[in-house]
Design a protein around this ligand. Structure first.
Ligand SMILES: CCCCCCCCCCCCC/C=C/[C@@H](O)[C@H](COP(=O)(O)O)NC(=O)CCCCCCCCCCCCCCC
Length: 219
């Protein structure tokens, strides 16, 4: 009997899949599971990849960071990386984080996650803008506005410039909604209505934890 063919949809982004990962992120006592956080990001990168090679430099950076965190999740101390809370405690207790300048631990879980965490704020702002947007609004403008209000302040000029150029070639709102792969525009808006508060909660919990531990400026 012939082997069943691989489902071509497997490689397609689905906003629902990302939503499911972020749903699984929070434990009962509001700890953030690293495994699901990372798989949420993997899903988002799929989306980015489906937009074309112009976004390759962004995708490459995100994948590099995802791989670092996955390395910890699969490494010898994986139980210390089950949640972001455990990771922060473990790395700080064992002096595994460069706190003021880059040194022996340039790829600590804490600094790596901080980069994705800052990008999550961009995502929250962008998805909310998309959710309330009208038919004729430009994704490039929504994306740039969200970026300028958040992530851009952590980037040097050259990265801001490259990001700005990439935003210009984003597909229009309708095509963008189609790539999200959840159905009609109404369905997209409804899934976004569920996704944004979840992403926002995960962001806030991480932000509070990092602020308490004074980790928000890790080099
Ligand atoms: C849909 C359009 C996607 C636009 C993405 C907007 C974010 C723009 C980020 C530009 C980052 C450029 C690459 C370089 C970054 C690094 O310099 C910088 C600092 O790292 P370092 O301290 O190790 O040096 N890295 C970062 O800030 C991390 C950036 C991670 C960006 C991940 C973006 C994933 C986007 C996923 C899009 C999903 C859209 C969802 C719609 C349903």
């Amino acid at each position: 009997m012939a082997a069943p063919e691989a489902d071509p949809q497997d490689h397609r982004f689905s906003l629902q899949e990302v939503l499911d990962s972020f749903k699984l992120c929070l434990s009962e006592n509001k700890e953030v599971y690293l495994e699901h956080y990372v798989s949420g990001w993997r899903g988002l990168v799929k989306f980015l990849n489906s937009l074309g090679s112009v976004f390759g430099f962004i995708s490459k950076d995100a994948v590099g960071k995802i791989n670092i965190l996955e390395g910890y999740l699969e490494g010898d101390n994986s139980s210390q990386y089950a949640t972001i809370q455990l990771m922060v405690k473990y790395e700080l207790d064992n002096q595994l984080v460069d706190l003021t300048k880059r040194g022996n631990h340039p790829e600590s879980g804490c600094r790596t996650l901080l980069r994705l965490h800052r990008a999550l704020r961009w995502l929250e702002l962008f998805l909310e803008r998309l959710r309330v947007s009208g038919q004729d609004e430009k994704t490039s403008v929504m994306c740039a506005d969200a970026y300028n209000q958040s992530l851009s302040q952590h980037h040097p000029w050259v990265v801001r410039k490259a990001a700005g150029l990439a935003f210009c070639v984003l597909p229009g709102r309708e095509a963008f909604f189609q790539v999200m792969n959840v159905g009609s525009a109404e369905q997209v808006v409804s899934v976004l209505g569920e996704a944004v508060p979840l992403i926002s909660e995960v962001y806030q919990i991480t932000e509070t934890l990092y602020a308490e531990q004074q980790l928000l400026q890790l080099p």
